[in-house]
Every structure is written in C-alpha cells, then in structure tokens.
Write a protein that binds this ligand. Sequence first.
Ligand code: ADP
Ligand code: AMP
Length: 215
Amino acid sequence: MNVVLFGPPGAGKGTQAKELAKHYTIPHISTGDILRANVREGTDLGIRARKYMDKGELVPDEVLIGLISNRLSEPDCVSGYILDGYPRTVPQADALRGILEQISKPLDAVVNIEVSDEELVKRLSGRRSCNCGESYHIAFNPPQKEGYCNVCGNDLYQREDDMEEVIRQRLAVYNDKTKPLIDYYTDMGLIVNVDGAGSVESVFSQICRIMDQYK
Ligand code: ADP
Ligand code: AMP
C-alpha cells in the first residue's frame, strides 16, 4: 500500500497518518517531522532547513529530494509507505516518480484531504506538538493532562510556524506551489478526495475505505 496523504497545512495529514501507520503496519514518513528532528539535533541539514521553516517557506527541492530518496530506500518501506508533507512542488513530484520507479513501489493513490481555510487557521493556531511526533489541539483534540503528551509524557509546545502570521504565509505557499499537484495527480488518475471537515474518526474511516482497496 503506497500512498501520499495530501492537503494544506493543518488538514490533518499527520494526525491521520499516525493512526493509519499503526492500522496498516507501514511507516509514516513525514518530511516535516524529519526536518524538525534535524533542527533539534543541530545537524547541517537542520541548520539549513530552519531558516526556511520558521518563515513558513519551503526548504529547497534538492534537499528534500535527497532526503526522501534515502528514506524510501530503507527496508521498512518494502511493504508500503504513507507520505505526509511530500511532495510539495512539481519538481519534487517528478523526482518521486523516478525514485518510485527505481524501487518498484509506484503510488496507489494520492489522498487529498479537503478543509476550508477558516478551519485550517483554527486547527493550526490551536495545535500543540510533542517532540515524539504526536500532536494535539487545545479544543478539538486536547491531551489528557493539559500541556503534556499522552504518549511520552513530555511537555507540549507551539511550533514557531504555527504563529498566526506564519500560518498565513504557509497557506499562501501551499496555494502557489503545492496545490498545482492536485491537477498533476488528477492527470495521473491518482487523486482521491476526502472531506476533512469531520471528526478525526470520520476522516479516518473515509481514508481506510480507500486504502483497503490496495491491501
Ligand atoms: P497536518 O499534518 O496536515 O499539518 P495535523 O494532523 O497536525 O495537520 O492537524 C492540525 C491540527 O488540527 C492539530 O492540532 C490536530 O489535533 C487538529 N486536527 C486534526 N484532524 C482534525 C479533525 N478532523 N478535526 C479537528 N481537528 C483536527
Ligand atoms: P509540515 O510539518 O509538513 O507542516 O512541514 C513544516 C515545514 O517543513 C514546512 O513549512 C517547510 O518549511 C518544511 N517542509 C516539510 N516538507 C517539505 C517539503 N516536501 N518541501 C519543502 N519544505 C518542506
């Protein structure tokens, strides 16, 4: 089962991908999570990426293409993968096609999670994240103990790029650079639209109905 979870920032890709990865026992590959881990560890990649991430800009394509090529070559991807946050530009999508051809793991579907801009701003401004990769929402999906992760118990924090002005910039970048991929994947016959406005559970069942076809 080889899928891309597609959609604007805040659509619920990470939330869904984590549950889907458990349900189908395939890896959840979030380029945002990988980059943030590099920022925390202070690697060369992290230092380079941070300049873009804090401003809500995209990290350059060549960096992301190398990163995703390495990650998809790891052994845990043999039974499939869920991509979250990649591809975000046409050059990234072109590169992905080449990489997937080489490893003989072509995409089954690109699941496009649709959510209105107004709802996205609410979701992103209320998001609280944990370094372990979990994320919550202060109103829609609060942790059991306020301020602490249900899974690892560590402190939750608000991402730099979840501040109001950066959110607007990220949505503008999405509309300009990433949204054109909907046409790109529609032309390839891969897009499946999902209504992302409902509860986490209802979005999850919609996506499972799609993914079950590729088991
Ligand atoms: P993305 O990975 O697409 O940027 P996230 O999965 O991190 O988005 O979700 C963004 C925020 O919205 C988080 O705070 C999350 O808890 C919340 N959220 C996710 N799905 C839903 C949903 N279906 N309804 C309400 N809030 C949601
Ligand atoms: P995300 O966690 O998916 O919201 O990504 C957070 C930030 O990481 C983005 O705003 C970008 O700065 C960077 N990023 C993540 N994935 C990509 C990508 N595929 N291409 C470029 N930048 C990315």
